[in-house]
Design a protein around this ligand. Structure first.
Ligand code: CA
Length: 432
């Protein structure tokens, strides 16, 4: 394309040279006809006139054209250089690439674009779902904040101890009563041998007697099938209004009974399912240390109308029954600690903890039977009499409704007119 442009430009230059020659001819003032133009053509002079007339305009036009041509030529050169450069680039790119790299590349790019589009759509969906989640979380957070505010308001109110513990303390409940306490309830006591004080229920009557309660059965709400450690430490619940069941704990009873130089009386109070009440007192009652397996000893049956079941009972099966069901001097046994006088394990068979012999005539930690009467079948796996038993009052297939075991110094048991006063002040038993 470029060469033909140059040819056209060359032709025009020739024309310019020709017209200059004619101008020179006009200046001579002569005109020689030339037949070479033919019959109807203008004469050479006519052509010269014409050229002479229009020459300045044509010259100018020619100059303009020449300038434009030069411009075009420059532009063309630039374009050519660009093309050469592009060709070189293409060549070098082809050299460094696999066959059809651009096609492959563009196809790959198209695939990529499609994939990105899909990803973007999926991500937009995810974003939408996350936004929904955030919204619901924000609602829940608002709810929790509200709850937290409510709880904080509650927490700013000082905690109130709902259990009232009396302020008087002493070595036992009688000591506390001696100090002027007249209300039954929860007190801290610290027997002489104790290293720290502990909580007990004190039953203080109108005669100024203070009983330290060590066992309470009332309604069967506490399971007395417990192990050695539980019987040692105590279980169940102490309550200021004497409405709950508990075992104070062998260690505490040991401390209470072993610390005093004054003999301690164990008072046992019993209620049957008809509301009848009986009691039994044992003086010089004592529970040994854990080293001696919390052995229980007493001096003698001090009195009562329930009978002396601790002394054993002749059930009529064997003459040795009474000997083997007595409790004085027996060590404490639990299902996991057999200290009894039986080949088997009394506490395990009866599901309790007690001063087992072979096995018992009295069994106040036995299983609670609603209504009292029960059978071998009711007794479960072993079928032995395992209720709450005081066999000198009700037979061994009768389980008592309520029991209390409580301690008081011997010097105070007869206060207020002897044992009859004790009957009148029958604790809280049978009142419910
Ligand atoms: Ca045994």
């Amino acid at each position: 394309m470029a060469p033909s442009l140059f040819a056209a430009a060359g032709g025009l230059l020739l024309l310019i040279a020709f017209s200059s020659a004619q101008t020179r001819g006009d200046n001579l003032g002569t005109c020689v006809p030339n037949d070479a133009f033919g019959k109807y053509c203008p004469t050479t002079c006519g052509v010269a006139d014409y050229l002479y007339t229009y020459m300045p305009g044509v010259n100018k036009d020619l100059d303009d054209m020449q300038r434009e041509l030069e411009t075009i030529t420059n532009l063309t050169t630039g374009a050519e250089e660009t093309i050469v450069y592009m060709k070189d680039s293409t060549t070098s790119a082809q050299k460094t690439s696999q066959p059809d790299p651009y096609f492959k590349k563009s196809t790959n790019m198209l695939d990529d674009v499609l994939r990105f589009e899909k990803t973007i759509i999926a991500q937009e969906q995810q974003i939408f779902e996350l936004q929904t989640l955030i919204a619901s979380n924000e609602r829940r957070m608002a709810d929790l904040k509200q709850m937290s505010i409510e709880l904080q308001q509650k927490c700013t109110e000082p905690c109130k101890d709902t259990v009232e513990i009396q302020t008087t303390t002493g070595t036992d409940c009688q000591d506390i009563a001696n100090k002027g306490a007249t209300t039954s309830g929860l007190y801290y006591v610290k027997p002489a041998k104790a290293t720290e004080q502990f909580l007990v229920y004190c039953e203080i009557d109108s005669f100024g007697r203070g009983f330290t309660v060590m066992q309470r059965r009332r309604d069967g709400s506490v399971d007395f099938k417990k192990n050695w450690v539980q019987y040692k430490q105590g279980f169940g619940y102490l309550s200021p209004d004497d409405t709950t069941e508990f075992w104070l704990g062998n260690e505490k009873v040991h401390l209470l009974t072993a610390s005093s130089t004054i003999p301690t009386v164990l008072r046992i109070e019993l209620v049957d399912w008809d509301g009848n009440k009986r009691y039994a007192d044992y003086t010089m009652f004592r529970v040994g240390s854990e080293a001696d397996m919390y052995r229980m000893t007493y001096g003698y049956y001090f009195g009562g109308d329930a009978g002396d079941a601790f002394d054993g009972f002749d059930f009529g099966d064997d003459p040795s029954d009474k000997f083997y069901t007595s409790h004085n001097g027996m060590q404490f046994s639990t299902g996991d600690k057999d200290n009894d006088k039986y080949d088997g394990n009394c506490a395990l068979q009866d599901g309790s903890g007690w001063w087992m012999n072979r096995c018992h005539a009295a069994h106040l930690n036995g299983r609670y039977y609603q209504g009292g009467r029960y059978t071998e079948k009711d007794a479960g796996e072993y079928g032995y009499d395992n209720g709450i038993i005081w066999v000198t009052w009700h037979n061994r297939w009768y389980s008592l409704k309520e029991t209390t075991m409580k301690l008081i110094p011997l010097s105070r048991i007869t206060a207020g007119g002897g044992q009859q006063a004790g009957v009148k002040q029958f604790g809280g038993l049978g009142d419910s």
